[in-house]
Design a protein around this ligand. Sequence first.
Ligand code: NAP
Length: 248
Amino acid sequence: MLLQGKTAIITGATRGIGHAIAVRFAKEGCDVAFCGRTRNDQMVAVEQELTALGVKAKGYAYDVADYDSAQAFVKEALADFGKVDILVNNAGITDDAAVKRMTEEQFNRVMHTNLGSVFCMTKAIQPSMWKQGHGSIVNIGSVVGVAGNYNQANYAASKAAILGFSKSCAKEFAARNIRVNVVCPGFIETEMTAEVPKELMNTWCQRIPMKRPGTTDEVAQACVFLASDMCPYITSVMLPVCGGMEDA
Ligand code: NAP
């Protein structure tokens, strides 16, 4: 098992890609502290699902885009688990509109959640990783952060900023053996995309050389690789998981 004996914090793991990362990490022997904004049935179900895979798992209700909340989350997870080897910053939102119609509130909310959460969680985890002399931080970006997209200028800007932030952290933390990398999913099948009409889905897939959307587990597997000891000399990279989309 690739993550045996390790502990990970995964943000936004109550559903979607974060959930798949948590399950895949647990299957690789990793203890998992994860969060969503509220403690609901979904969070309890994920906790039970991960525990049934034979690892220690706990869900926490914290808003990771809030500085104090992120600090409290990491403090509690460190107290419960004793150490954290891996941080996956997955929590993210969209609030789409053409720039012509996008409000300042829409722009700020997406930037604050997607980029702010990565900053807040990195700040919170950095002291313990620095002290222990190792760590792997995997930030979830998007191909949209590289290529841009219609109606997603706020989202694309937040994901592009995550790349710059990650590369800067990679430089600052490298001497303490803390690696920082970014996984950039393309078009991934989630509950959200399940509502997209079949015809529209087919049109989107035509633009993907592999002619299909990716799965959440395919994103999770890339995260396992970057989080694991299989790549101790890989830091500051951007790994697209997008079926070969051209401008990624
Ligand atoms: P999703 O299904 O909407 O799940 C988002 C998760 O993040 C939920 O667990 C949500 O939990 C949590 N969350 C959101 N804001 C939070 C906050 N402030 N504090 C704590 N938790 C928060 O999203 P997804 O489609 O799986 O996407 C996951 C990540 O992959 C995002 O960063 C997204 O930008 C990126 N991505 C997705 C795709 C795609 O095709 N789906 C493609 C490229 C990149 P609560 O609602 O309970 O708070």
